[in-house]
Structure formats: structure tokens, C-alpha cells
Design a protein around this ligand. Structure first.
Ligand SMILES: NC(=O)C1=CN([C@@H]2O[C@H](COP(=O)(O)OP(=O)(O)OC[C@H]3O[C@@H](n4cnc5c(N)ncnc54)[C@H](OP(=O)(O)O)[C@@H]3O)[C@@H](O)[C@H]2O)C=CC1
Ligand SMILES: O=C(O)C1=N[C@H](C(=O)O)C[C@H](O)C1
Length: 271
């Protein structure tokens, strides 16, 4: 098969730079575009330079439409409003859209689902193999335990992160809710402050920590009477997300339009 031609949007971001580096190392992938928003200081700079590599001959641009027309896929770790706009452009160009961005509102999610009628979209709050295997394990454990076990999801990230709880925490909370046969809409508890009263049986609680340069840490706690199960994941390097996103792009190439997850990509649906 020919090389897959990819555009990275949010090219100067923490994930954008790692994605450029990871694509440059993959013989079956070709970086054909790097996009930042209008007004960015990085417009016109070589993408290789952003990633600490020799020049790649790809200049950072603010013209996604032209680049998408000549590409097979776009890799997107940006902000929700930008991702919604890119989803419409990718649908127009009928190219694969891999979405790592987190923090969407229900309205934004609906727009992405609409775009997935025309293009293959892979979207996940965490692209790493480890977290997606953890989610499958959490689903199984939650299925085995009743609500005498209280479920709490605890996460910590670096001090530049703008959304909470993290996409991963929500993904893990969803997995626990699915295992238990309930929904996060009904059972999720996202804030506690003041005199909250005792914990309600069946609640799925979330706690968010922010500080320093932590790449990403998640724990799912099943706390019973006199015993506790803790399942966790530590991200040490953003390369795990980039490699997962590129595996998703390869998997989605040539696939029919639809909204897919990393569970589909990794074949974990029957785990
Ligand atoms: N699913 C997963 O596995 C992972 C998801 N993420 C998620 O990815 C997202 C990005 O994370 P991170 O790289 O750390 O964040 P950064 O803030 O470092 O990067 C975001 C980039 O997007 C750029 N951007 C903003 N608006 C636009 C636009 N309209 N067009 C193009 N680029 C735009 C920003 O530019 P500027 O600086 O000019 O605003 C910035 O360069 C977050 O939502 C994060 O939660 C992160 C890691 C893993
Ligand atoms: O913003 C980040 O950095 C990360 N975001 C994702 C999330 O919201 O879970 C994935 C990862 O944990 C890093």
C-alpha cells in the first residue's frame, strides 16, 4: 500500500510536536501538512524544526482545507471548538479524522457524530494501549461487584491542562458504569464541597488533581467494607498517545464512515 498522507493540526502543541516526530519515524506514513491557528507565531516554520528534527519540507500553515484535500487523514489533538470545525472539513474531504482532543460538550459531540456520517472518525479520550486495556478490565470488575463497592476515579495531570475531569477519567468512569449497567449521566458525581452528606450507594465519583509536569495518572478504586481494589495507569511519555493515534489512522484508512473508538481499533470489544 502507498504511504498514508497525514496532516497534523495543532502542530505546535505538546502532542502536535510528538506526532510530527512519530510520523517522521514511520516508513508507511508521510507528513503532508502541519496546521496551527491563524495568528500563531509558528506559521511558516518547518514542522521538523518544531519536533526537534532536521527540516521536513512541510511549513506550518493556517489553511486546513487545501491540505485536507491532498491528504488521507488528519490527526487532531487541539481544543474542542477547533476539532468540531476540522470534523466538518475532514467530512467534506472524505478523509480519516483521528480525534484525541478532550473536553467536548454534548452539543459538540453531536456535531462530531454528524460529521461521522461522511468520514471515518476515531475518537478516544486516551489513545494508549494500556489505558484501553485498563478500561476493559474496569468494565469486567465492575460487572462482578455490586454497589456495596463504591467506585471512585482519581486523576492527576500537568498544570497546563484546561479540561476536567480528564477524557481518560470519563472513559474509565463510562467503563465502570457500563459494567454495572448504569449511566454516568445518572450516577456520576463530579464535585463535592461543604456538607455533602454521606456517599450514596451507586455513585461513581471523580476527583481531579493538577500540578507540575505530570503526563497523566489514573486510578479506579473499588472500595468495599474492609477491602479495596485499585486499578491504575501511569503515562510516562506522550509517545504512547501518538503511537496509538497513528495506529488508529492506519486502521481507519479505507473503512466506511462512522464514529469508532480505540476499543474498535484494538479489538477489545469482546474482552
Ligand atoms: N486522547 C489522548 O490520548 C490524548 C488527548 N490529549 C488531549 O489533546 C488536546 C491537546 O493537548 P496538548 O497537546 O497537551 O495541548 P496544547 O495546548 O499543547 O496543544 C493544543 C494545540 O492546539 C492549537 N490550537 C488551538 N486552536 C487551534 C485551531 N483552531 N487550529 C489549530 N490549532 C489550534 C494550540 O495552539 P495555540 O497554542 O496557538 O493556542 C496548541 O498548539 C487536549 O484536549 C488533551 O486533553 C492529550 C494527550 C493524549
Ligand atoms: O491533556 C493531557 O495532557 C491529556 N489528556 C488526555 C485526557 O484528558 O485524559 C489523555 C492524557 O491523560 C493526557
Amino acid at each position: 500500500m502507498t504511504q498514508m498522507r497525514l496532516v497534523v493540526v495543532g502542530a505546535s502543541g505538546r502532542m502536535g510536536r510528538v506526532l510530527i516526530q512519530t510520523i517522521a519515524e514511520a516508513p508507511d506514513l508521510l507528513l503532508v501538512g502541519a496546521v496551527d491557528q491563524p495568528g500563531s507565531d509558528f506559521l511558516g516554520r518547518d514542522a521538523g524544526e518544531l519536533a526537534g528534527l532536521p527540516p521536513l519540507g512541510v511549513k506550518v500553515s493556517d489553511d486546513p482545507l487545501t491540505l485536507f484535500a491532498a491528504a488521507d487523514g488528519v490527526i487532531d489533538f487541539t481544543i474542542p471548538a477547533a476539532t468540531v470545525a476540522y470534523a466538518a472539513f475532514a467530512a467534506q474531504a472524505r478523509i480519516v479524522h483521528v480525534i484525541g482532543t478532550t473536553g467536548f460538550s454534548p452539543e459538540e459531540d453531536a456535531k462530531i457524530a454528524a460529521a461521522a456520517r461522511h468520514a471515518a472518525i476515531v475518537k478516544s479520550g486516551n489513545m494508549s494501549l494500556g489505558v484501553n486495556v485498563l478500561a476493559a478490565v474496569v468494565r469486567r470488575v465492575a460487572r462482578a461487584l455490586d454497589d456495596n463497592f463504591d467506585i471512585e476515579v482519581v486523576e492527576m495531570h500537568h498544570n497546563r491542562k484546561i479540561d476536567a475531569p480528564s477524557g481518560t477519567a470519563l472513559l474509565l468512569g463510562e467503563a465502570a458504569a457500563q459494567g454495572r449497567g448504569v449511566t454516568l449521566e445518572e450516577n456520576g458525581v463530579f464535585t463535592r464541597h461543604g456538607v455533602t452528606g454521606p456517599r450514596k450507594a451507586g455513585d461513581i465519583g471523580f476527583a481531579t488533581l493538577r500540578g507540575g509536569t505530570v503526563v497523566g495518572e489514573h486510578n479506579v478504586i473499588f472500595a468495599g467494607a474492609g477491602e479495596r481494589i485499585e486499578l491504575g495507569h501511569r503515562s510516562e511519555d506522550r509517545g504512547i498517545f501518538a503511537r496509538g493515534a497513528l495506529a488508529a489512522a492506519r486502521w481507519a484508512r479505507g473503512r466506511k464512515p462512522g464514529l469508532y473508538s480505540m476499543t474498535d481499533v484494538l479489538g477489545l470489544n469482546d474482552f
